[in-house]
Design a protein around this ligand. Structure first.
Ligand SMILES: [Zn+2]
Length: 887
């Protein structure tokens, strides 16, 4: 019988047109107002003035207004009265309930007017149901709020027996239920008003509400009508019959008692700090064998060698600048303002390829000494010997394997907890955690479609601009395109042909040629160079567009690498003035300088006579401006935004391994290009000295962050292990377990670009990124060359997206990678504090702020714990582990 009524009600509902229902609603509204009025009069008579409910006091107009809104509710109590009421429902209870609601409502009549939807639904149901029920003379539920008055014992009952039903019901009337809110405006008005005022009632509901996983779909309707069975019998649980239980369960499609998932609200109420964590207590082989002890001692020595070389600031940024203001750091209003800074008496000159600095011209004491070339190459050879030792390789391989397995086990035990912790971090998700593109070349920072659009628009708007001097004549943009037999209409991305394709695999030379739009070096010169006839105006405009895209994305940052070739000393001033004059500045961007390793090319062209020339051109201006900022004011201003120095070129070219005693740069006059490690040492040594000098003068420093291990010999990675702060690529670490283990222990940052590797040196599915990540190497994802590689407007997100899909990285993994990228980047202490938490410089979970990074403490603690265990082992129980991250 019940089921039949239910079906009828549903049929009535579905069948009735909107017009019919609203007509009915209007009718009911009037009717209920009348009824209510009658009821009020009746109640007055019954109880006398002393017990008059609150709503009468408000005056009729407002009461009528509310009744119009809450017609169906009013109908409830009225109905009871009319039908004689239920024996189990004393009148007092209803009256009290009405009063409570009225008080709550009185506060925001206007808001009420705007929130028809959830109640409207109810009105429809009860309206239609009322018609049906009226025929049968059965009581109709007075709407769901009455559930709130269920006594404690009964509430429990409702909760345990009718989990889902109660859940549906409560959610249906809950003002926050998204299903119930038909329109955004209704939703908004609810957020503002209802929730606070009805909090007391909601609080009572919590238990039942939170233990449900019900979704209010089509079933919601029938569940509304199931309610009478439980609610009408408020005081009498027995009224819930077996048949109605089965029916209601079958409605929600769950007969098997699957434990409900926690609902979102439940998760949100949980403090992320209370994350629980299944800790791994696996320490196989705690006591190393004598052979292993030998290996660990060797590894210790390697780590100590690195510590001796790599540049770190004396005073950490977080000691220099304590951030007390938690708000967003104010953007620099005038990043190009030059403040006159005092010249110091420092004297400097090159000695065997390395700048020596003295306190004054007359001083003989060298300041800031750095290891000489012979020492460096000796140590490099030591590392190279170590990484070739059989027993070292075996042990490192085993350790790395174990690290990977530990991570897998951690995921198996804790992945759900991590996900729960992420859910409980309000507001933050993968999209609004900060990600830094740690490795991207400026000349390829726009995507191909962007470049194409830009070229077309220039051809349309500035066809008569004289843009190039070629073959003895000045040419306008239009003439250039005529000389190429091209029109703006012809141009498309395919013709532009800047994208890497299968012809570039293992062909760095061909990849480089892709920088030429339409295969034409003249187009590259016009659009992608800053030292051309139009003084790089087009490239500056393009760059600004890229900057504004970044600013719009808000959570994406980039470190653009821009070239200094070392052909002449004036390059620095030229670059700086290009940046300053075009006001190329964004809060989302810092710069790195990349030095192409092209000595042999310049030598052949007769631009330089020795390697020393190259070093002079690169480093002397930097020392000049540091000693006397007034000598190159623009460069001085620009250097404040330069955070790193890079070495770039095709690593796969064959080269000779340097010996311990190499010719000095002055002696290097042959036409051959020096080896990677030769470049690396001289760049490192001069940069180290420069940084020491800059630091002593309170200036910003520049980290050594070269390309290394993209291809070629393993020496590159050995050299950068000794002297680089972090590196780009590093995929060749997969070939050397010892170096990989050393990079892990030192936590050297790897800015990896699997999509770029896929175009050049290594198929995507063979990329070691996921393995490195699992083992706990400090990896980030970067784009390298969006112009040649990426297809979308957000290349960094594209990189994350493909990695996530192919390697099945979880949201937690991606957020951890994003967090790594901020650590690896050269952005200021203030920005890092703002982006990833004010204690970011502390190691382990203390330094993590899940509200900013969306990385669960569980994950950070796991990484820290495993790393400490490993250090413990390597240092044979006596590790020196700092409390703070590397400066
Ligand atoms: Zn690169």
């Amino acid at each position: 019988m019940d089921a039949y009524a239910l079906h009828l009600a549903m049929a009535a509902l579905v069948g009735a047109s909107v017009v019919a229902v609203s007509a009915y609603y209007m009718h009911r509204k009037t009717l209920s107002q009348l009824l209510d009025f009658a009821r009020a009069v009746e109640r007055d008579r019954d109880r006398g003035r002393g017990t008059a409910p609150g709503d009468e006091d408000d005056g009729l107009g407002r009461a009528a207004l509310r009744h119009g809104q809450y017609g169906y509710r009013r109908k409830g109590p009225g109905y009871y009265r009319r039908g004689g009421g239920s024996a189990s429902l004393p009148d007092v209870m209803t009256a009290v309930e009405v009063d409570e609601e009225d008080e709550a409502m009185a506060e925001e009549d206007v808001a009420m007017l705007k929130r028809p939807s959830p109640l409207m639904n109810g009105a429809f149901f009860t309206g239609a149901a009322a018609a049906e029920e009226e025929k049968r003379g059965l009581p109709i539920p007075a709407g769901l709020p009455r559930l709130q008055t269920v006594p404690e014992g009964n509430k429990k009952y409702v909760q345990t027996i009718t989990d889902k039903i109660a859940g549906h019901a409560n959610r249906a009337i809950s003002p926050k239920s998204p299903v119930a809110s038909a329109s955004a405006s209704a939703f908004e008005s609810q957020e503002g008003s209802d929730e606070d005022d009805n909090m007391a009632n909601d609080a009572k509901l919590d238990d039942a509400y939170l233990h449900t996983n019900g979704h209010l779909g089509e079933n919601g309707k029938s569940l509304f009508q199931d309610l009478p069975d439980h609610i009408a019998g408020n005081g009498d649980p027995k009224s819930l019959t077996a048949s109605s239980m089965i029916r209601s369960h079958s409605v929600s499609g769950d007969l098997h008692g699957v434990p409900p998932d926690p609902v979102a609200a439940d998760i949100l109420r949980k403090e992320p700090e209370q994350e629980t964590f299944v800790r791994l207590k696996i320490t196989p082989n705690e006591i190393p064998s004598p052979d292993e002890v030998e290996v660990y001692k060797i590894i210790q020595k390697c780590l100590e060698l690195r510590e001796r070389y790599v540049f770190r600031e004396e005073v950490a940024p977080w000691e220099k600048e304590v951030i007390t203001d938690p708000s967003t750091p104010k953007p620099n209003p005038n990043p190009f303002a030059y403040m006159l800074e005092q010249k110091t008496d420092h004297a400097f000159h090159m000695v065997d390829g390395v700048v020596h600095v003295y306190a004054s011209k007359d001083s003989k004491d060298r300041l800031f000494p750095v290891a000489d070339a012979t020492t460096f190459f000796t140590d490099l050879h030591y590392i190279l010997r170590v990484i070739a030792l059989g027993n070292t390789r075996t042990l490192c391989h085993q350790r790395l394997d174990l690290l990977e397995q530990k991570f897998n086990l951690h995921l198996m035990l804790n992945a759900d907890r991590e996900f729960l912790a992420q859910k409980s971090a309000p507001h933050r998700d993968l999209y609004n955690v900060r990600k830094v593109d740690t490795h991207v070349h400026h000349s390829a920072c726009m995507n191909q479609k962007h470049l194409l659009r830009f070229i077309k628009s220039k051809l349309r708007k500035e066809p008569d601009e004289v843009v190039i001097f070629r073959d003895g004549t000045y040419m306008t943009l239009k003439e250039v395109f005529e000389s190429l037999d091209l029109t703006g209409y012809d141009l498309n991305v395919d013709l532009l042909d800047v994208h890497a394709d299968k012809s570039t695999f293992h062909r760095f030379d061909k990849f480089n040629l892709k920088y030429n739009p339409c295969g034409q070096s003249r187009l590259r010169e016009i659009f992608l160079k800053q030292d051309n006839l139009i003084q790089g105006r087009f490239l500056a405009e393009l760059t600004k567009q890229v900057f504004s895209d970044l600013t719009a994305s808000k959570y994406q940052m980039a470190e653009y690498r821009i070239s200094i070739y070392g052909r002449k000393q004036s390059e620095w001033d030229q670059l700086a003035s290009w940046i300053v004059n075009n006001e190329l500045y964004s809060e989302n961007v810092v710069w790195l300088i990349q030095i192409p390793r092209l000595y042999n090319v310049y030598k052949e062209m007769g631009i330089v006579t020795s390697f020393q020339n190259l070093l002079d051109n690169i480093f002397l201006p930097l020392f000049e401006v540091t000693v006397d900022p007034d000598s190159h004011p623009q460069l001085h201003v620009f250097l404040k935004q330069v955070v790193g120095l890079d070495l770039v070129d095709d690593e796969s070219k064959p080269e000779r391994r340097p010996t311990k005693h190499m010719p000095t740069p002055e002696q290097w006059t042959n036409v051959f290009n020096p080896a990677f490690s030769y470049y690396a040492y001289y760049c490192y040594a001069n940069l180290y000295t420069l940084n020491k000098l800059r630091e002593s003068k309170g200036m910003t420093t520049i980290k050594f962050r070269p390309h290394s291990g993209e291809a070629g010999d393993i020496d590159h990675l050995a050299a950068t292990f000794l002297c680089a702060n972090n590196i780009a690529h590093g995929i060749n670490l997969r070939k050397s377990p010892v170096l990989q283990y050393l990079y892990y222990l030192s936590q050297i940052g790897l800015a990896m670009s699997p999509l770029s590797n896929n175009s050049l040196f290594l198929d995507y599915h063979r990329n070691p990124f996921p393995v490195f990540f699992r083992r706990g190497l400090n990896v980030s994802l970067s784009t390298d060359d969006p112009l040649q590689i990426h297809l979308t407007k957000e290349p960094l997100v594209e990189e994350y997206s493909i990695a996530a899909s192919v390697w099945k990285l979880s949201s937690c993994d991606l957020c951890e990678i994003a967090r790594n990228s901020v650590y690896q980047s050269g952005f200021s202490h203030a920005l890092k504090s703002h982006w990833i938490g004010k204690n970011y410089y502390k190691r382990g979970p203390d330094g993590n702020d899940i509200h900013k990074t969306n990385v669960p403490h569980i994950r950070v603690e796991f990484r820290e714990m495993i790393w400490r265990d490993e250090m413990q082992l390597v240092y044979l129980g006596k590790p020196i582990v700092p409390e703070e991250v590397d400066k």
